[in-house]
Design a protein. Structure first.
Lengths: 103, 248
């Protein structure tokens, strides 16, 4: 329990730190194009690495996860809202899970 | 000429107006956060973390990817260093947003207000703030941040509390929700930017290799994300240093 609380505190600190540091300190723009580009690409890399392959293990069965992944990719490609993509993926996975458990 | 009293009154009126303006624009963000943090609360409690700590995580972190990864690692029993570094690396992107906002806020905002308004910078509040035509005031930014904060905390609490009520098949299905949202974030970006597509593709590729090639089986989930991110971003920055990052 104590360890969990310490972990939460550390997480809060390292989440707040990058938010506040540039706002409180930096008055000038970063000159290095490499660093600027590197930072700009962080969200995409993190999202990619977090999505795959973990998504395959995120449901009860691999099959339902693959189908859910397919649905999410198609809807995202057509730029549906985050909420819509999430709800549709959950629904499809839920239906798959029910079918799989009945077979 | 306005008298001093009228000036104070006027600036108060403007501040209130800015706050309302920010709040109004943040309503869709707050509504969008609720189901995400609901899912987070659900999964964290399911993973064995007490309800009050789960809510505390959302109230002190206020971020999706970072706290999601950190909480996953807590559940997996990872060490403090791994949890801290993973969360930090995922949140490094906030430096860019904060830096960008520091250039866009009105001049002369005192230090303590900067410390306050920085807390609520998220991918979504940053995007809305960055798209404003005029410079951002402290009142506008806090107005923009307060509803998403409430939505995030309330959604977490609701998810944490109903966790035990939902049937297992539905709980299993909710597991895909955050990944689906990540997909909804990354694919439209990848459609517009070749660099984003390549960086995300590299990260997926490296992440898969680390996950499935037996030699790397000692690498845990957190370090896998860190390694994949650093390699993919280095490749991106090396081959696409020119790309305009203004619409980040």
């Amino acid at each position: 329990m104590n360890d969990t609380l310490i972990a939460v505190l550390l997480m809060a600190l390292v989440t707040y730190f990058p938010r506040v540091l540039p706002m409180a300190v930096f008055k000038n723009k970063i000159k290095s194009r490499f660093i600027t580009a590197f930072l700009a690409y962080v969200p995409y890399a993190v999202l990619g690495a977090m999505i795959f392959p973990d998504i395959l293990m995120s449901t009860g069965h691999l099959l339902s996860a693959v189908i859910g992944l397919g649905v999410a990719v198609i809807l995202a490609y057509f730029e549906k809202s985050l909420l819509k993509v999430a709800v549709c993926a959950i629904t499809v996975v839920y239906v798959c899970e029910i079918i799989i458990s009945r077979v | 000429m306005l008298t001093k009293q009228e000036k104070v009154l006027h600036s108060k009126h403007t501040a209130f107006h800015d706050f309302l303006d920010g709040s109004k624009q943040s309503l869709p963000i707050a509504l969008g956060y609720f189901p995400v943090s609901f899912t987070f609360g659900l999964m964290a409690v399911k993973g064995g973390i007490p309800v009050w700590i789960v809510v505390l995580i959302s109230m002190t972190n206020l971020t999706s990817a970072g706290q999601f990864a950190g909480t996953n690692l807590i559940i997996a029993g990872a060490g403090l260093a791994e949890i801290t570094i993973t969360t930090f690396v995922i949140n490094i992107r906030y430096m860019l947003m904060s830096l960008s906002l520091s250039q866009k806020i009105v001049e002369g905002i005192p230090g303590y207000k900067r410390w306050l308004m920085s807390f609520g910078i998220t991918d979504e509040t940053f995007t809305v703030a960055a798209m404003q035509k005029k410079d951002i005031t402290f009142s506008f930014m806090t107005g923009l941040e307060v509803l998403p904060y409430i939505g995030w905390a309330a959604g977490t609490a609701a998810g944490a509390l109903v966790c035990t009520i939902l049937p297992e098949s539905l709980q299993n299905s909710m597991g895909i929700a955050l990944y689906a949202m990540f997909i909804a974030l990354v694919i439209p970006a990848a459609k517009r930017s070749k660099a984003a597509l390549i960086v995300a593709g590299c990260a997926i590729f490296i992440s898969s290799i680390i996950k499935w090639v037996p030699v790397f089986s000692v690498v845990s989930g957190g370090w896998r994300i860190i390694i994949a991110t650093f390699i993919a971003c280095t490749i991106g920055a090396k081959f696409f240093p020119m790309e305009d990052t203004a619409n980040e």
